[in-house]
Design a protein around this ligand. Structure first.
Ligand SMILES: [Zn+2]
Length: 641
């Protein structure tokens, strides 16, 4: 191992005692610097900086990292840029990012350390990547996790298992997988690795035929890095949970581990959360929100007080959308977040990672943080998810306090969010939910694969084909009748519909998975309810009229299905609009929602007048709505959805 010391030649020779060392990629560069005095031009005084480029180098550092020194050093808001740490020999090093390595603040810190009777390590300044520093400050990397990492790195067998695990994670990370699944089959020599990619459960060719015994070892070694796990070692016979921090090409990922002891063997699912601390969340248009929807969100963002609640299934991109909303809040407002874990760096926000306990409930840490936050005069607060009674209480407390609350929950539609919040699991009072001003905006979103614009084919290209996309084969005119049904249901121009090209093109064939050829990323399909302009909705919430809530959108639509105005349209109708523009394959819509046949049946059987209303209802805008909708539909040969 060679010392990683950047400094004036000669000065290092004066150093006494043990030196910080780490092996790794930057060693050569540092050695060059020591040979070349010109590299140190402009440095006016003896300066010693070590540079670590990742967690593995940190794990190899001697003397090893022991803990972050919080008490006794008033680091305050500098903590994510400059952090005093204690090493195993009791000396103190200052972990910092590039910009602060030569700052006045770090000099001040060095004086402070000595003034407190502590000895500085040599070199005292250790430059680490910003994401690594955040993980250290947030306690995601600890002396313990580094020790077990070091054990793995020093053992050649374990080390090769660790690199196999890295390959598995890196493949998922590069392809934008939301989950990695390792299914051990104890009775078989081979087991399987699958990924959830674009909502599909796929098995890439390169991980086929993995040996069961090897995979079990790979999981056992990976589990050594687990935090908050139940059990010290991986046990295929029991259910285990926890999280692992893992870097792929300089980006940190949080892997949320959940293993299920199935009859065939352990099935480990790892949710892949990209902790993109350097990147700002994408804007709404890039996520796939349409202009009329962006306007609704913007209206909600400027309104004072109340909650914006986002629903969707797991992996539907809720946290990305919420982070995008938060990043639009003006800097004159105090923004605090409570997340599990922090995935995006939101400018101007004071972000907090709180981990859930093993049973999935929120820990005491959450309650303690919340207590302090309530006294911190914040304007906007993000609570990652409302999922149990503890977060439900927090919701009631905060939504009625006049601050702006942003959160997510699991519900099958925007109109079903109040029902979910009022459920026995969460226990928010219906009365409160029906109070004007408490619910500001309800959003439901899902993600659909977006067609590659370079190679998408017209729907008519299917007309001569039988077969139905992997399902049982259909009669030859199947797709013609499919097009007819779409036209009858939605009065859209079926000649504008496009479908995926299964062969793909150079623009979209970067994946080794044929299932993804013809696609270019994913796009949001969303529905929104703005209860601030619709008292009728709040009345249904108050009366717990679940059926009327389910059918809420039936009488809300104001424009044709191929019109860009999304007012009163469901997420499925939003997807239909995107299909009418050739952006998504209509065949990808049914699996996310309901079949077109179900839509047809519901329309013919459902009442044609809103429940409890004889006359057409006036909207807040004063427009008479139902007859207008029907008139438009009549013109287009359709009926209201
Ligand atoms: Zn293509």
């Amino acid at each position: 191992m060679s010392p990683l010391i950047w400094g004036r030649p000669g000065v290092s020779a004066l150093l006494a005692g043990s030196r910080l060392r780490a092996s790794g990629a930057t060693a050569a560069a540092s050695a060059d610097k020591e040979k070349d005095p010109s590299a140190c031009k402009g440095i006016a005084f003896p300066e010693l900086v070590m540079r670590l480029d990742g967690r593995d180098q940190l794990a190899r550092m001697t003397p090893a990292f022991r803990r972050v020194l919080r008490s006794g050093f008033d680091v305050g808001s500098l903590l994510d840029k400059l952090c005093p740490v204690e090493l195993e020999d009791g000396r103190v090093a200052l972990f910092t990012v590039d910009d602060y390595a030569r700052s006045e603040q770090i000099e001040e810190f060095e004086r402070m350390v000595q003034a407190r009777g502590r000895t500085l390590a040599s070199p005292a300044r250790v430059v680490v990547p910003a994401t690594l520093l955040l993980s250290i400050v947030r306690g995601q990397i600890t002396g313990d996790t580094l020790r077990s990492r070091r054990r793995v790195l020093l053992d050649p067998v374990k080390s090769s298992m660790a690199s196999a695990f890295h390959d598995i994670v890196a493949w998922g990370a590069r392809h934008g997988a939301s989950d990695i699944h390792v299914n051990l089959r104890s009775a078989h020599p081979e087991s399987e690795i699958r990924y959830t990619l674009g909502g599909r459960y796929v098995m890439p060719e390169r991980f086929r035929g993995m040996q069961t015994s090897t995979l079990r070892e790979v999981l056992a070694v990976a589990y050594m890095d687990i935090q908050g796990g139940n059990g010290a070692v991986f046990d295929p016979m029991i259910e285990q949970q926890g999280s692992i921090l893992h870097d792929v090409e300089g980006v940190s990922f949080m892997l949320r581990w959940a293993s299920l002891a199935t009859d065939a063997g352990a099935s480990v699912t790892m949710r892949l959360l990209r902790m993109d601390m350097r990147e700002q969340p994408p804007d709404f248009a890039r996520l796939g929100y349409l202009p009329s929807q962006v306007r609704v969100v913007e209206r909600a963002l400027v309104a004072e007080g109340g909650a914006i609640v986002l629903a969707g299934v797991v992996g539907s991109g809720k946290s990305t959308t919420i982070a995008s909303m938060m990043s639009r809040i003006p800097s004159t407002r105090k923004v605090i977040t409570l997340e599990d874990p922090v995935e995006y760096l939101i400018p101007n926000a004071l972000q907090n990672s709180v981990s859930r306990s093993l049973d999935g409930s929120v820990s005491n840490e959450f309650d303690a943080k919340l207590k302090t936050i309530k006294r911190s005069a914040m304007n906007d607060l993000l609570i990652g998810e409302i999922r149990d009674r503890s977060t439900g209480r927090a919701f009631m407390d905060l939504a009625s306090s006049g601050s702006n609350l942003y959160t997510t929950t699991h519900a099958g539609g925007a109109a079903l969010i109040p029902d979910r919040l009022a459920s026995d699991f969460i226990g928010v009072s219906r009365r409160l939910l029906a109070t004007p001003g408490i619910l500001k905006l309800l959003v439901y979103q899902t993600l659909l694969p977006a067609l590659c614009p370079a190679c998408a084919l017209p729907l008519s290209s299917l007309f001569d084909r039988a077969g139905g996309g992997g399902m049982a084969s259909h009669e030859p005119d199947h797709w013609r009748r499919y097009a007819d049904r779409l036209h009858a249901l939605y009065a859209i121009d079926v000649n504008a519909l496009k479908v995926r090209n299964p062969d793909g093109c150079p623009a979209c064939r970067q994946s080794t998975l044929p299932e993804l050829h013809g696609y270019a990323g994913r796009t949001v399909a969303a529905e929104m309810i703005d209860p601030t302009v619709d008292d009728g909705f709040l009345r249904l919430v108050r009366d717990a009229d679940t059926l009327a809530l389910r059918d809420y959108f039936r009488f809300q639509r104001r424009s044709a299905f191929d019109h860009a105005d999304m007012t009163g349209k469901t997420a499925m109708e939003c997807a239909i609009y995107k299909a009418s523009q050739g952006l998504v394959d209509p065949r990808d819509i049914e699996p996310r929602f309901v079949s077109f046949e179900t839509v047809e049946l519901r329309r013919t059987r459902a009442p044609q007048v809103p429940p409890g209303r004889r006359r057409p209802r006036r909207l807040a805008s004063g427009r008479v709505q139902a007859p207008l909708g029907r008139r438009r539909d009549a013109e287009r040969g359709g009926r209201p959805a």
